[in-house]
Design a protein around this ligand. Structure first.
Ligand code: T3D
Length: 261
């Protein structure tokens, strides 16, 4: 249903809101389809220079809709990897490779793939009342949507192991203290702060921000030598942009830069 996802654009920012509040915005096939279409729009519209992703109601996203999955189980057609192959893996790859920054405003509980989709975004803000749950083990599944990749890298193996093997709730403030997310803000300030951050990013040199994402995405798998070579290659591209010229001119003229992306 189209209303399962809200899409608004203003001031260079596309705001995407998961909108199944009664079910804590759990992912159905329809919601996946709507999100993929929204990201198509984001990719194709050069006036959109940043994204803000959030959820409606008291949850951010409770991961896979288990009622939808139960219907499939009841029909005897369990295909463990299908939803990952069709929806979750492409979504995580798209968020990481999107050449525009994505701010995630985690407004409430983020569980299962919902938690890991949030962690696939570039800058994660969370409401003070929000929480993160690697809920997979509670239902006999393994972490997916990139959880087993990012968690050890973000918080270390000891914490990643406990989070994924126990499936306990991690409060937002603890998540921030551990470096899982950027920061926590008061609940009633979350949307305004996340929107302001996304609007700030939309005024920055978009091409350079995309190249920064590319550098960070490669960093964990690269040796120092490989990363230095990559930085050089990306710097050649960044230095060729109008925004680099504008940034230097604005600095020397002691005025704000007018980046055009
Ligand atoms: O094949 C594949 O698809 C593999 C891919 C898997 C990816 C995954 O994400 S697997 C993990 C799936 N998610 C979960 O296991 C989390 C399930 N939800 C919960 O454990 C709890 O809802 C929370 C801890 C997140 C929040 O608890 P609480 O007490 O605050 O809320 P609640 O009462 O449990 O939920 C409120 C409503 O949302 C409720 O509906 P109702 O009874 O009022 O009509 C509940 O059933 C519904 N809901 C919550 N999560 C889901 C859900 N409905 C369907 N699917 C959900 N994941």
């Amino acid at each position: 249903m189209a209303d399962d996802l809200l899409f608004e654009r203003a001031a260079g920012v596309a705001t995407i809101t998961l909108n199944r509040p009664d079910k804590l915005n759990a992912f159905t096939t329809e919601l996946h389809r709507a999100l993929a279409a929204a990201l198509d729009t984001v990719e194709g519209d050069e006036t959109i220079r940043a994204v803000m992703l959030t959820g409606a109601g008291r949850g951010f996203c409770a991961g896979q809709d288990l009622a939808e999955r139960a219907a499939i189980i009841a029909g005897g057609k369990v295909e463990g990897g299908k939803a990952l192959e069709t929806w979750y893996n492409p979504l995580v790859r798209r968020l990481r490779r999107l050449e525009k920054p994505v701010v995630c405003a985690v407004n409430g509980v983020a569980a299962g793939a919902g938690a890991n989709i949030a962690l696939a975004c570039d800058i994660v803000l969370a409401a003070r009342s929000a929480s993160f749950i690697q809920a997979f083990c509670r239902i006999g599944l393994v972490p997916d949507a990139g959880g087993s990749y990012v968690l050890p890298r973000l918080v270390g193996m000891a914490r990643a192991s406990a989070l994924t093997l126990l499936g306990d709730k991690l409060p937002a403030e603890q998540a921030a203290a551990w470096g899982l997310i950027w920061r926590v803000v008061d609940d009633d300030a979350l949307v305004a702060e996340a929107t302001a951050l996304a609007q700030h990013l939309a005024r920055q040199p978009t091409r350079a921000l995309a190249l920064i994402k590319q550098a960070l995405n490669a960093s964990f798998a690269n040796t120092l030598d490989e990363q230095l070579d990559l930085e050089r290659a990306l710097q050649i591209k960044a230095a060729a942009t109008d925004d680099f010229r504008e940034g230097v001119a604005a600095f020397l003229e002691k005025r704000p830069a007018n980046f055009t992306g």
